[in-house]
Design a binder for this molecule. Structure first.
Ligand SMILES: [Zn+2]
Length: 146
C-alpha cells in the first residue's frame, strides 16, 4: 500500500503529506490498496470445487439414472466379476462389476459397472448371478441394474 503522487507517480509511504520526489501535496490522495490477483482465483476454486463434486457425484449420476429409466433398453447381465473399490457410501461398499450384457439385436458384450451395493444385498451380487439391466441405446457401456 502506498500513496501514489498524482504529479510524478512516485510511491510514497502512507503517512507522507508531501511527495518525497517532487514535493506535491498528497493531502487529498487516498491510499491505494494493492490488488492481489490470487484472490479471485482462490474464490473461484472455493466456489467451483464443491460444485464440481456435487455435479460429479450427485447431479450427473442421478440425471443418468433418470435418462436410463426413460430411454434404456431392457436387457440382462451376468456378473463375471465383482470387485470392491475403496469407496463407501453410507457405510455400504461400492462394487465394480464386470458384466456380460445381453440386449436384443446385439451380441453379448462385456461392460464395467460401478455402483454402491447395500450390505444386505452383497451375498446376491456374486459371479454367475444374472440381473435385469437398462442400457443406454447410444452407449452400450452406460447401463444400470433395473
Ligand atoms: Zn511527486
Amino acid at each position: 500500500m502506498a500513496k501514489i503522487c498524482p504529479n510524478c507517480k512516485t510511491k510514497n509511504p502512507n503517512k507522507s503529506e508531501f511527495c518525497q520526489s517532487c514535493g506535491q501535496d498528497l493531502g487529498s490522495v487516498t491510499v491505494k490498496r494493492g490488488f492481489n490477483p490470487l484472490i479471485p482465483i482462490i474464490i473461484i476454486i472455493i466456489v467451483a470445487l464443491p460444485l464440481f463434486f456435487i455435479w460429479t457425484f450427485f447431479i450427473s449420476p442421478s440425471m443418468n439414472d433418470n435418462y436410463l429409466d426413460e430411454n434404456g433398453i431392457n436387457g440382462t447381465a451376468e456378473i463375471l466379476d465383482a470387485e470392491q473399490t475403496q469407496t463407501y457410501v453410507n457405510n455400504n461398499p461400492e462394487i465394480k462389476f464386470t458384466l456380460l450384457v445381453s440386449i436384443p439385436g446385439r451380441e453379448p458384450y462385456k461392460a464395467n459397472y460401478t455402483t454402491v451395493v447395500p450390505y444386505i444385498n452383497l451375498a446376491q451380487v456374486q459371479p454367475g448371478a444374472k440381473y435385469y439391466v437398462l442400457v443406454d441405446p447410444k452407449n452400450p457401456q452406460n447401463l444400470k441394474f433395473a
